[in-house]
Design a protein around this ligand. Sequence first.
Ligand SMILES: Nc1ncnc2c1ncn2[C@@H]1O[C@H](COP(=O)(O)OP(=O)(O)OP(=O)(O)O)[C@@H](O)[C@H]1O
Length: 271
Amino acid sequence: MSCAGDISMREPDATPQAGRRTRAPFIRIEAVHKAFAARQGGELMVLDSIDLDIAENEFVSLIGRSGCGKTTLLNIIAGLDAATSGRIAIGERPVTGPGQGQGVVFQQHALFPWLTALGNVSFGFRKAGLPREERRERSLELLRLVGLEAAANKYPREMSGGMQQRVSIARALALDPQILLMDEPFGALDELTRIELQQELLRIWQARRKTVVFVTHSIDEALMLSDRIVLLAPNPGRIQRIFEVPMPRPRSRTEPAFNALYDEIWSELSS
Ligand SMILES: Nc1ncnc2c1ncn2[C@@H]1O[C@H](COP(=O)(O)OP(=O)(O)OP(=O)(O)O)[C@@H](O)[C@H]1O
């Protein structure tokens, strides 16, 4: 099992607290609006003028009150939903659907119950047409990466929530996506498992150099993981403020800088 000590320091970015960055953008979100048809007629404006650049290998968290549009924005980046107007590009390519280098992990593990851990991870490889033996080898390697090699033949019902979420992460990594989009992936887990999986994720992020967009309700989790924290305000969802997290990793919850930033985000969130 990994430990937080595996995580080396990364240079903090001294960029202003804005959606634009000095590093070359990898995910570019420009003037994104999203409206849904409201049940009582008319439209419900959910996202309003979202502008955000995310750099390659950056770890960005989205936080904000329930209903402020975090999942909607993540789904649009994933290509699972379309913006009403505006543009999203990954590299130079506009996002027109899933499968452009985005791997998605949801809160509910959404594993196939009739497949083992190995079967769930190798599913993506099967779709990509890899030969059987190579599928098996690569899937086992990913299960090893998430510390679950010994559970390769277990079915989801035989695994704890934390184990299932590890399989979900391994499955999302199967096609080696450049971007990992995670929607409250640890929200349903107990505190200890959650902390353990945060450390796992940081290790994987470090080892595999992914760009991560991570939705969470937890300021603590966002502070432990992220390079930047994007706070969305509701009705309609818009960027209220972006916080740089300059502390080197591994971070400690007892650091004064951690607690000062926690208080600042909390006060902004509750204002
Ligand atoms: N398919 C849909 N049709 C209509 N309204 C929707 C649809 N999906 C989301 N909404 C509405 O859009 C708003 C934003 O929802 P979204 O799930 O993105 O928020 P969120 O910030 O992720 O919330 P939570 O923190 O509770 O998960 C909510 O008011 C929600 O009811």
